[in-house]
Design a protein around this ligand. Structure first.
Ligand code: MN
Ligand code: MN
Length: 468
């Protein structure tokens, strides 16, 4: 017979917050399901390293699952599935609900761009018989982390005649890769005096791409010429075509299980594909028409501040909603003012090695489920959308009712720094918005770390939200 609980135990259970490790939250069958889900996510992350690649994957998979290109002049029926591809870099998917859009829609918005190194318009040069690419970093990175690791090259080149050529080098077995050099410790006496921020400067992020000269009796810069010859053979491009290209250098390492217990995944681009992927699988999983129209936004340009026509500070989401509204004779604001949104982005998990910038009571932790973040920003809540108590209550009730393990977390201690997401841009459209996402260690590094149970909980959370 079980011992009776003491008065203290009863009171503690009744009154104290008790956030569990997700391993103690799911049963064996669901744990196995979560591990399987992580395998699918792993493949997605390995196969899609740029916003264009993610957008291409999403559209192809969506089409296989019955989604069709959105026709803004058509009136859709409940259960109809549509997608809108914005300039090959951002996607909106929707499943039409049973209710009028005038009662609001359910939006989840993640981003599919990740920090990386973009090639400059004139990238290729030769120095001391090495060929190199000049880069400009994209998003917030700690530059010293991006040296002496294998890199791959992804993107598109628009040739003189307008042909678009896709480039991907360094991902497939046997393909060459690229690298940024760093000084050996023996000779870095001067470099060692720099602070961490300046340890490697932006103009030192030069990628080594060749060292063999084109065989000739005479001529200069023959290593560069040889690289151009190879690029011309493979892609039909000349040096001038770099000017009309978008080429991105990203870490080449594959996603891998981390830990003896294989509970985590290390890899490039978890921010924010660890939210984009579950958001996508959640909308794909809507077998029948939801009550409210479900809208999954996969945005670009979050890492550079959401500006530009593929970022969420532009109007394409608003226009999409306006088109949905028009089909029912409504205005965009009739829909937006009643809509609800999960801004789906990663949060910084508490790091036991670097506890100082965190406040332990209000941090998120690996394996404790999806993080709900009431406000982001910095300092005195500067530059944030602060979700109302009512909306926090509503969203967390949805999670509780669907057995989603969730935790509440801030982005770091007060005045330790800060950051933002797309939440404020959507909130500024008069939508109720809250940040939710997966906790990440080593965020924005070439090898970010997440827990498998957390990405699974994110899938459950988005599914529950779309169905609520
Ligand atoms: Mn992010
Ligand atoms: Mn980020």
């Amino acid at each position: 017979m079980a011992e009776e609980k003491t008065e203290v135990e009863v009171l503690c259970e009744k009154l104290l917050i008790n956030k569990k490790h997700s391993a103690n939250f799911v049963d064996e069958a669901e744990f196995a399901k979560a591990m399987d889900y992580a395998e699918d996510y792993k493949k997605f992350l390995n196969d899609n390293k740029t916003e264009r690649e993610v957008a291409g994957f999403v559209v192809a998979e969506a089409e296989k699952n019955g989604f069709v290109p959105f026709d803004k002049f058509r009136k859709y029926a409940p259960g109809d599935k549509v997608y809108y591809l914005n300039r090959n870099k951002a996607v909106i998917l929707a499943v039409m609900g049973k209710k009028s859009v005038g009662e609001g829609v359910r939006i989840a918005a993640a981003h599919i761009d990740s920090p990386r190194l973009d090639l400059k318009p004139n990238p290729l040069y030769e120095s001391n018989e090495l060929a190199l690419f000049k880069t400009r970093y994209y998003g917030g990175i700690k530059k010293y982390q991006w040296t002496a690791i294998p890199m791959s090259l992804h993107g598109v080149v628009i040739l003189r005649d307008g042909t678009e050529v896709e480039v991907s080098v360094g991902e497939k077995e046997g393909e060459p890769q690229f690298v940024i050099s760093d000084l050996l410790p023996h000779l870095s006496k001067e470099q060692d005096k720099r602070n961490l921020e300046g340890g490697i400067t932006g103009e030192e992020l030069n990628v080594i791409v060749g060292s063999l000269p084109f065989k000739a009796d005479k001529g200069s810069e023959l290593v560069k010429l040889n690289v151009l010859r190879l690029l011309n053979e493979k892609y039909g491009m000349t040096e001038e075509d770099f000017l009309t290209a978008e080429l991105e250098i990203v870490p080449a390492a594959k996603v891998t299980d981390i830990g003896f217990d294989r509970s985590m995944l290390g890899g490039y681009g978890h921010d924010d594909r660890v939210c984009a992927y579950p958001e996508f699988t959640a909308i794909l999983g809507l077998d029948e028409a939801p009550d409210y129209t479900a809208v999954a936004v996969l945005a670009d340009k979050e890492e550079t501040g959401s500006d530009g026509n593929t970022g969420l500070n532009s109007s394409y989401l608003k226009y999409f909603i306006a088109d949905l509204a028009r089909a029912e004779g409504l205005m965009a604001h009739d829909v937006l003012s009643k809509s609800k949104c999960l801004s789906a982005d990663v949060n910084a998990a508490f790091d036991p090695t670097f506890p100082t910038p965190f406040e332990a009571r209000n941090s998120s932790y690996l394996n404790k489920g999806i993080v709900v973040t009431k406000y982001t920003g910095g300092r005195g809540k500067g530059g944030t959308s602060d979700a109302s108590a009512e909306f926090v209550g509503e969203v967390t009730r949805i999670f509780n009712n669907a057995n989603v393990n969730w935790q509440m977390g801030e982005l770091g201690a007060v005045d330790a720094g800060g950051g933002g997401t797309v939440a404020k841009y959507i909130a500024n459209l008069d939508v109720d918005v809250i940040d939710v996402g997966v906790p990440v260690l080593s965020m924005h590094s070439p090898f970010e770390l997440i827990a498998k149970l957390d990405v699974y909980m994110a899938h459950k959370a988005f599914s529950a939200f779309f169905k609520a």
